[in-house]
Each structure stands twice: as C-alpha cells, then as structure tokens.
Write a protein that binds this ligand. Structure first.
Ligand code: FES
Length: 266
C-alpha cells in the first residue's frame, strides 16, 4: 500500500459502527447529566429568590457574586455594579457568561457535549450522522480557542466563592459557627478550585513554552502538581458541576424555609 492509497480515505464500511459494546451509554448519561443541570440552572436563574440566608451568611453559588441593585439586602458583598433590570435580567445573568463560557469551552466538556448533543461523533468508531466535518476551524466553533481567557475570568470567581465559603462559618450570634451549609459550601469551593486549576490551559500557562524545565524548578514543580490534577479533569468537571448544583439547592431550600440548617456548632 502506498502513501497515496492511505490518503484516499477510510475503508468503506456500510454499518454505522462495528462496535458491539454499549457505546451509547456514556453519551446518554452525559446528555442526562448536562440536561438536568441546564434545566435546574434555568429555573434558578429566573427564580430570582431564595438565594441568601442572612442568619448564617449563606449565599447560593448561582447568585455569587451578586452585583445588581436587585440583590437582596446583605447579599451584594462586592458592590452593586448594575441597575435592577427587572425579572428578565436577574442578578446571575451578569456573571453567567463567564461561568458558562469557562465550562462550555472546556476541553473536556467540548468532547462531552459534541458527543452527547451533536453526535459528532457519538463515540469512538461510531460514524456521525453529519455529512460534513469542519471541526473547530471556523466560526462559530473557532471561538472555543478563547478558553484561556475564560480561565483567567474563572480565577477571581473561584476567589469570590472562597470568600462566600469563609463567611458561611457564621453562627447564630454573629460569631463563629458551623452548619451543614458551611460544610457544603466549603466542599463546593474546594472542588471548584480543583476543577479550575486542573484546566488544560492552566497546565500550559504554568509549564508550557519552556525549553528547559531544569532552569525553572518552581514552574516545573507546579506543573507536576497541576498535571496530576489534570489527569482527573473529567472527574473534577462532573464533581464540581454536581457540587455547585447541590450547594445552590441546599441554600435555596434553607433560604425559602423548606429546610432548617443542621447546626453543628453555634
Ligand atoms: Fe476544562 Fe480548562 S480544559 S476547564
């Protein structure tokens, strides 16, 4: 076989796939997981209530940072930058483009939703239904390349969630206290940080474009640590997605009076 034979294309196989395993299970679960999160996120974004528990200083992650005149008393920790634009432009919408942009352009999520939502392709060695494949070489998917800039935006947002988790250790008398909500918000922010710094862009920013690691021992050390986390990026993507949804749900249930926060101390 010559090189030109190879270049002529793939073998002609009429079956869509020769795989006999349950290759459809992974895209199906991905679809179910992401669709659930999208529906929950839409409901919460436009609910515009039940996001702040003043007694314990719990702020729901979907409403953090709360930067609008519409934010309820005590919840705007970083100022009110935007006017109250009514029920259609709720406070989360000012931050959502950055949070969503980071997840949507993430290397892992791209693979996940290309497979689960667009079948492009649905799995390895399973033909996609589309006639043409242009990849990420032209608009709109070429925009995926700005992921690194969303990573830069994700750092201050993770910092703000860290602040939210710290002030959630407030007790009934205004001093130190621990409730189930404090621990949930803390767990969430740890997972958010792990997901953020396990980002492929972060790994490249730390260890990329170096000719000699030996001349940059600190960056090499950091690169080694980030690379370990990077190997778990998919798991961290799912764990942090679940934790942010569950933390938001817990705070909303406490804020709306459906649940009473379980207090462990004060
Ligand atoms: Fe997933 Fe950057 S690659 S967050």
């Amino acid at each position: 076989m010559t090189v030109s034979d190879n270049a002529a294309g793939r073998a002609r196989i009429d079956a869509r796939t020769l795989r006999t395993d349950r290759w459809w299970l992974s895209p199906l679960l991905t679809f179910a997981g992401l669709a659930t999160f999208i529906v929950y996120g839409l409901v919460r974004t436009f609910m515009n209530s039940a996001y702040w528990v003043p007694q314990y200083q719990y702020l729901a992650p979907f409403y953090s940072p709360c930067l609008s005149e519409a934010c309820v008393e005590g919840s705007a920790h970083f100022g009110r930058w935007f006017p109250d634009l009514g029920f259609l432009i709720t406070p989360p919408l000012f931050v959502l483009p950055f949070v969503l942009g980071f997840r949507l352009t993430c290397y892992y999520y791209r693979k996940a939703y290309y497979r689960a939502f667009w079948f492009s392709p649905p799995a390895c060695a399973v033909a996609e239904p589309h006639a043409k494949y242009t990849g990420e070489t032209r608009f709109p998917l070429i925009v995926q390349n700005i992921h690194r800039y969303f990573f830069y935006a994700a750092i201050p947002i993770a910092g703000i969630l860290t602040w939210d988790a710290l002030i959630a250790f407030t007790g009934k008398d205004g001093g130190f206290g621990i409730g189930l909500g404090s621990l949930i918000l803390l767990t969430n922010v740890v997972l958010i940080w792990c997901y953020t710094i396990s980002c492929h862009s972060c790994r490249h920013i730390i260890g990329g474009r170096l000719t000699h690691f030996s001349k940059h021992p600190v960056r090499y050390w950091l690169w080694g640590k980030v690379s370990k986390l990077n190997g778990r990026h998919m798991q961290l993507a799912w764990a942090s997605l679940a934790s942010v949804g569950l933390a938001d749900l817990y705070v909303s249930l406490v804020a709306s009076g459906v649940l009473t926060d379980l207090r462990l101390f004060n």
